[in-house]
Design a protein around this ligand. Sequence first.
Ligand code: NDP
Length: 332
Amino acid sequence: MKDRFNGILLTRNEAKETIVERKELSLDDLMDGDVIVEVEWTTVNYKDGLAITGKSPVVRRWPMVPGIDCAGTVVESSNPRFSAGDKVILNGFGVGETHTGTYAQYARLNGDWLVKQPDGIDGRAAMAIGTAGYTAMLSVMALERHGLTPDRGPIVVTGANGGVGTVAIALLGKLGYEVIASTGRPEEADFLKELGASEIIHRDELSGPAKLLNKERWAGGVDAVGSHTLANVLSMTSYGGAVAACGLAQGMDLPSSVAPFILRGVSLLGIDSVMAPLALRQEAWARLARDLDPEKLEAITTEIGFQDVIEAAKDIVDGKIRGRVVVKMGQE
Ligand code: NDP
């Protein structure tokens, strides 16, 4: 293990603005944990964008090494579940928010947060999927647990060109669902159809104030957008359907009513990837190995080097990233 290594450090100035610097770090800069992982691959999620730009108060400890996801190799462990050489994945648990994160060559983590890389998913694929893709899987699993099946009708996916959206479309398409993709980038219609969508709608159709109830258009949804969009999705969900809510790209609010719940028996399923229990994580990763077509994953993935992370973090907040970004560490 190197004494000094590359990383990114976030600090705050007196005006509470976020200052982002590429810096040489040492293990003293990392918080406690019983496993040290050499980060081989990481990624840029929407939350990483919020942390690096300071646009939302994602970071709750300063200074902070950002980065909420990694795949890599254990180099030191006093945790009985892991030993040096194990290939692992980390998502969430407040890493990059309250615990120093993965935008550095090494991350010191709690072994209870780690999942072993499943057969069929190497480090690059794991980070091409990342928190966004694993959240898409959790959302699909929640719809399945609710009892939705392809014969019940279409599923709408909002934020279709984003990380959660693209993986959700690929998964649902492979599982035999008819997928309606809602996007502000209709010029990407062919790309979304290749992934598995059968119909593309403009997100403007869903972004204004919702009626209490509207024409029934789908049996369910995966919503990465929140706010009016989620309210419209709910108001257009057919009797007994369900919507998995995982995101807030339009806003944190939910200007809806109880009408879809009490008049159509619609269910709103909350999805949290950060504190999801280990058994659910392991199930989600095993399902991703089985149900996510590697060619589709490659089609949504852009690979960058660590030197480009800060720019990509700004781009994701500006809605300029299509699909998923995977970051190869050590590629300077
Ligand atoms: P991305 O930025 O990759 O995707 C978000 C997509 O939402 C964009 O590509 C865009 O899609 C759409 N969008 C952006 N701004 C707006 C807007 N103002 N109104 C309507 N649509 C908009 O982010 P991710 O896919 O990584 O994450 C999506 C959301 O899910 C984020 O809010 C993120 O914080 C949340 N999330 C939650 C998790 C959880 O545990 N619950 C875990 C992971 C993510 P298009 O161009 O197609 O319209």
